[in-house]
Structures are given as C-alpha cells and as structure tokens.
Design a protein around this ligand. Structure first.
Ligand code: GLN
Length: 524
C-alpha cells in the first residue's frame, strides 16, 4: 500500500552509501499519466517540489535532496506521462516505422535506456530507484518489468517494502499482507534481497522468523522499519541492523572506509532533533493545513533550524478559513512565538490569512511570508496602512481598483498551465545592508527556488515605501523579491527558501524567524 514511506527509505539507503563515500543518485518512477506534479492538487498529492532546473517533481525529491545534500535534476523523475509523450513523439517522427509500438519492448526499453543514460552521463557508483505505487498495480507494472530486464545485464538488487500491521485487539503482528506482497513480486520474476517491514513497533523474533521462512531470506535480511520520531534516524536504524554492510557486499562495490566524522555529525543532529534543550511555538497559517504533506518542506526547514538552535519547534497548524469565520485572532495565536504563511493558490481562505497577518503586524509577532505569504503581507499593508481599502491580488479579485499584486508580464498570454510559472533557481540582489534579508543571508546575492505567476505591482512601490513598507531585494528584471515591515521582525519573500533548506545549512530566513521567535519566547 502507499504511504509507507518509500521516499524516506530510498533516501536512507542512499545516505548509508553516502556515509561510505559512494556517489549515489536517486531515480523515481511514477506511473501516473501527468507529465509532472505541477498540475496536481497539493491537498491530495502533497507538496509540489521544485528543483533548481525548474522541474516540478514529487515531494520525495525533497527527502532525497535533504538526505544526500545534493541538488538534483528533473531527468531523475520518470513519469508515465513523460514516457508516453516521448514515445508518441518518436512514433510520429517515424522512429518505429513498420513496427507495432508496444509496452514491451518499447516502453520498457525507453525506461531501461533512460536509466542507463543517467548512469553513463552522471557516473554514480549506485543509482537507487524508487518505484512509485504498489506491486500488482497496473500503473507501474511496466516499470517493474523494465527493472526485471535491467537486472539481467546490470548489477541490480531489489528491495521490497511491506507493511506488517499489528492487530490492536490481540496485539499480534500479522505477516499475511507481507507474504502476499512478496508472492506478487516473485510472480513478476523478481527476487528481493531485503524485505523492509514498516510496522508500529520492532518486529518480534517470531514475526521475523516467519517472514524469513516465507521469503527464502536469511533473518538478517528482514529489516525493521518501525515508526520513528524523526525520519533522519532511519539510516542509523538500518545501519544498526547491518543493512549497509550487506548492501555493499550484494552490490559488489569496492571496499571503502566509513566516514566516521560524517556519521557522527548526522547522529548528533538526530540527537538534537530528539532531545533539544529549549522549545518554541511556531504557527503555520495556510490553506492546506489539513494535509501536512502539502507543506512538507516548510516543516523540514523548521526541523533543520530547531536542530541548529537546540530547540524543539512545536508547530501549530492553523487552517485559514478558521480566521475567516470571525474567530478572534488573539485566541488562535495564543502562546505562538512566530508565524509562517506558506505558498498557495486560489481564493479559498485568503481573507482569513490577511486577518492573521494583520494581527501579527499589529502585535509584532515575528512573521515569515513565503510566496503567497509575501503577496498577502503586501495586500494587508496596502489595505490597513496605506488606506487602499479594496487592495488585492488580481489572482483573487480581477475587478479590484488597486491590484497591488498582479500577474507577471511574462505570464500574460500564457494559457497552458503545465510548467509555465516562474520556476526554479532565480537570483536576486539585496538593496539594503540594514535589511533582514541581508542580515539573514550575509550576502548581497541570493539564490532561491521559485514557483509563482503573480508579483508585486511596482506602480505601488513609491506609495507603499512612503507608508513604511521596505522593499529589500530585487531580481535582475526588477521583480520585488523581499518586503519587510519597518522596525520589527516581519519579512515576506517571493521565493520558496524551504526548498533549499538542509540539515547542514538551514534556510536563512527560517533561521531568522526561529531566532526572533526564541527571543520573544524567552522574554515572555
Ligand atoms: N498564487 C501565487 C502566485 O502564483 C503564489 C504562489 C505560491 O505561493 N507558490 O504567484
């Protein structure tokens, strides 16, 4: 079944190999026929992750990047949509003249060639491929068949992730779903070398024994994957079970020394995440808070800052519609030390967010607005400080006389929705050395990832500047990248700094917010 955490496991496998200095790369297969994730609903599918190269990919790429601390590229994401569009283009151009174009061999060869292509161009030691979906799905069956064929010539091992439920009434771990899953894989001609068992608690000895018997594997290859307090612990847990040693042997990799320094830094971070000395309360006020996966990277960026500042970050998720229904903001924000408004699209809940932002500004609660959160910070300021009562973003009200946020010129006339936003890594320059932007990045040049269609309307800059709003960084084509409240901790960024946050280097604006929130907490 889905939702077992394949992304975290793929990332942990890479991390174990990375500790030994092997060069690893992930590839993700997704069976859906969307070309990429860009047009999917974050409420259903989780966050759309954006890479430097403008690709809009599955949120698992966020986990991969955060684990191996490496910027990845869109060609590592293969979807049914991409595959079929390539094949149809080839067919129309006559590459298969005279042939029947079929799933086997045409689709499967396309997959195999793509994997080999990446291997040849990037020359990693190991590629770790995550096959989306579940064995037995029609959607991913051709990916699994392609991997069976790949394994005939290329050194390949398979890892099965399965679920071992515990029946609450009797407290017994049940292996039947795992047995059936394993049998289904065997039917596809694939023999896994490991079975990773997702479960509530560690496997009991007798559960392990039973699974080993049914899978023809040694008990050491039935791996525990019990619920963890933090995903970052998973590679350590696998290493305790010696999975690293077995993997390296199975893959026939040349022997390398474990980088003890790297491992202990990781271990210390995990320890900081689990046992911090202080704590702080941050609210995330957004449109999709019912599915926390919609803001996965925001949450991770906070975890990174927490580990660095030795603080547990308690996140309160506030659904913006709650503030629309007349709820008193002081009750909603009671005990909160800092607020984030993350990205989002569409009208629902917008007025609630604006009310929340007003409250933060007036009460001087440290604030970080991300993309939509920056745009609404501008709308709120225009309405309540600059007196432009009907100010809005043209995304939400096309008839507003004061479109302080408006569609970007480059977007006018663009009809198609897929991959057409301002996407990927963009550079901006800080204009003021006294700004929060400069203090946070300690640099004039900022590079962050983006994903938006709307921008600050520069016609309002003079007026808003006069009323105190600070415009502190700009792209080379004059897009406002950061705005700040005068005199206290509030910053909005048009970028998505959460997408580049890593354990090794937390996103600077998040660090700023957390540090200000900690100060506020310690004062009160
Ligand atoms: N909807 C806004 C835009 O398109 C904000 C996008 C976002 O928050 N990622 O500009």
């Amino acid at each position: 079944m889905s939702g077992l955490g394949k992304g975290g496991i793929t990332a942990s496998i890479m991390k174990m190999l990375d500790f030994y200095g092997y060069r690893v790369l992930p590839i993700k297969f997704d069976g859906y026929l969307n070309y990429d994730c860009g047009t999917m609903n974050p409420y259903r599918h989780g966050e759309v992750f954006v890479l430097n190269d403008k690709s809009e990919v599955d949120m698992d790429f966020g986990i991969y990047e955060r684990f191996i601390n490496k910027d990845l590229t869109g060609n590592l994401s293969i979807t049914g949509g991409k595959l079929y569009s390539t094949l149809i283009k080839k067919e129309r151009s006559g590459e298969y003249l005279g042939e029947d174009v079929q799933v086997i061999p045409h689709v499967t060869n396309e997959i195999i060639n793509h994997v080999r292509g990446i291997s040849e161009s990037e020359k990693p030691d190991v590629i770790v491929i995550e096959v989306g979906g579940t064995v037995g799905d029609i959607e991913n069956s051709y990916f699994i068949e392609a991997m069976r064929q790949l394994a005939i010539k290329d050194k390949t091992i398979f890892i099965n992730l399965t679920y071992v439920p515990t029946l609450d009434v009797v407290g017994e771990q049940k292996t039947k779903p795992a047995q059936i899953g394993f049998r289904t894989i065997l039917q596809s001609g694939i023999m896994p070398s490991f079975v990773i068992c997702r479960s509530k608690d560690k496997l009991l000895a007798k559960t392990k024994k039973k699974l080993a018997l049914f899978t023809n594997l040694d008990e050491s290859r039935i791996i525990d994957d019990e619920d963890q307090m933090t995903l970052y612990k998973l590679p350590l847990s696998f290493m305790e079970q010696k999975m690293d040693k077995m993997l390296i042997k199975d893959l026939g990799l040349p022997e390398r020394k474990l980088n003890k320094q790297k491992l202990s830094t990781w271990r210390n971070t995990v320890d900081k995440i689990l046992n911090p000395e202080r704590s702080v309360n941050i609210a995330i006020l957004g449109k999709y808070t019912n599915l926390q996966d919609s803001y996965a990277s925001v949450k991770e960026a906070l975890i990174h800052c927490g580990a660095k500042s030795n603080a547990r970050i308690n996140i309160s998720w506030i659904e913006s519609e709650k503030l629309e229904s007349g709820t008193d903001p002081s009750a909603v924000f009671a005990g909160i030390d800092g607020v984030i408004v993350p990205g989002g699209f569409g009208n629902r809940g917008i007025e609630g967010i604006i009310r929340g932002i007003r409250y933060c500004r007036e009460q001087k609660i440290p604030y970080l607005g991300i993309c939509l959160g920056m745009q609404l910070m501008v709308v709120e300021y225009a309405r309540n400080v600059c007196g432009l009562k009907d100010a809005n973003s043209s995304e939400f009200n096309k008839n507003s006389k004061n479109k302080v946020i408006d569609i970007m010129k480059s977007q006018l006339g663009r009809r198609a929705k897929g991959g057409t936003m301002r996407l990927g890594l963009e550079e901006s320059k800080v204009a003021d050395k006294k700004s929060i932007a400069y203090k946070s990045y300690s640099a004039i040049t900022i590079q962050e990832r983006h994903r938006h269609r709307y921008e600050f309307n520069n016609r309002y800059m003079d007026l808003m500047k006069k009323k105190g709003l600070l415009f502190t960084s700009f792209s080379s084509d004059n897009i406002v990248e950061t705005v700040e409240w005068p005199g206290y901790a509030g910053i909005g960024t048009q970028a998505h700094p959460e997408l580049r946050s890593r354990i090794e280097k937390p996103a600077p604006l998040f660090e700023y917010l957390v540090s200000k929130a900690l100060l506020r907490r310690e004062k009160t």
